[in-house]
Design a protein. Structure first.
Length: 65
């Protein structure tokens, strides 16, 4: 079991049981809910840039979880 951080909301998710995942530039990203996946796919660079800067967006902006 591997745990990774959902780059949209910051929650930790299990790669084997994550409710949603997507591929972007050769890397697989895992999400706590389909809403996080949808948000990521609309603007992946926004979330990857925020993650690189150590910022989290939180759950409240897209209604997941």
């Amino acid at each position: 079991m591997a745990k990774v951080k959902d780059v949209v909301c910051g929650m930790w998710v299990d790669t084997e049981t994550a409710p949603a995942k997507t591929e972007y530039e050769g890397k697989t990203y895992y999400f706590c809910a389909p809403g996080c996946k949808v948000a990521f796919e609309k603007d992946p660079e926004k979330y990857l840039k925020a993650e690189a800067e150590g910022k989290e967006h939180g759950h409240s902006h897209h209604g997941c979880c």
